[in-house]
Design a protein around this ligand. Sequence first.
Ligand code: SAM
Ligand code: DTB
Ligand code: SF4
Length: 335
Amino acid sequence: MSDIRNDWSKKEIREIFQRPLLQLVLDAADVHRTHHTFGEVQISSLLSIKTGGCSEDCAYCPQAARFHTDVKVHALMKLDEVVSAAENAKAAGASRFCMGAAWREVRDNRDFDRVIDMVKAVNGLDMEVCCTLGMLTEHQADRLAEAGLYAYNHNIDTSEEHYSEVITTRTYGDRLNTLGNVRKAGISVCSGGIIGLGETDEDRIGMLFTLSNMPQHPESVPINVLVPVAGTPLADNSRVPFDELVRMIATARIVMPQSAVRLSAGRLELSVAEQAMCFLAGANSIFAGDKLLTTPNPGQNQDMDMFRMLGLTPKAAFADGHHRNRKNVAEHEPC
Ligand code: SAM
Ligand code: DTB
Ligand code: SF4
């Protein structure tokens, strides 16, 4: 029997989640070694191509127009600026380049045409190109796929039950619908969430339940720790203790053995020893570069030192076997 399962019960996930921490880490490390090259870590770089002024009310987000934060609104970047940022990220060792826009959803206008050109250009650099642009229709997902988009990030953020406590301007169902459109277009799915939103353990288990019961697991699962930003409703939330992050990563690793589990936002607050435990527990991907979208992240030198000390190696682009997405490859194959 394959150990990739899409029929996890909450009870089973809860049993894993509640194991004694070091036992859980050891179990996750076993799964990790069976499915991945231990010590190999995928490096993604992030760029905010359109910043701030977003109409949504995601309580954690510094880019929501309705909260008064220090984020400065910036219109969609120019193509050549984005290409040079991608070239710099590649030179710094990133294999994936993710472009984020503070949009509720994609609109079929000239801005989207420009994003399509960005996707084509970054794909031409032989990097895995990823976007996170908000909600997508089937047609928009198809256009991105045809332009060579490798992955699309769209987080479910928390459990279905907790979702409306955090965001009221869209539903959990809206998120799942976009993820379905991404999957149908043959684009690699990147979806995870945030801990530290005021959720319970049961909500964390619920989030992993939704992700691990998708007909196909997301290829990447970012686990973000809330970066509290002044001016947002969650600015005063208390910091997530690091053992809770390790528990979340280890459980994600066990229920989604083949996915890349990304130790995402919140790394700046973690020591190298704490991050090492996350890698041991099955994290095998990070966002690198001194900025996430709008908040700081460890710099390149700091991460290089960490990779050296822990004996980690960066994963090459397209190591999972396919350049461009399935749909595009099929289109380019002779009939
Ligand atoms: N607007 C698009 C959307 O919401 O899908 C794309 C950009 S949005 C900033 C991408 C993701 O960043 C969110 O889904 C959320 O998981 C994460 N995020 C935003 N603010 C965060 C924060 N303060 N701390 C941790 N993660 C955050
Ligand atoms: C994801 O899961 N985390 C990234 C990326 N996907 C787009 C974003 C983190 C944002 C942290 C807050 C900020 O820098 O604005
Ligand atoms: Fe807008 Fe995305 Fe921020 Fe929500 S998370 S406010 S949709 S940019």
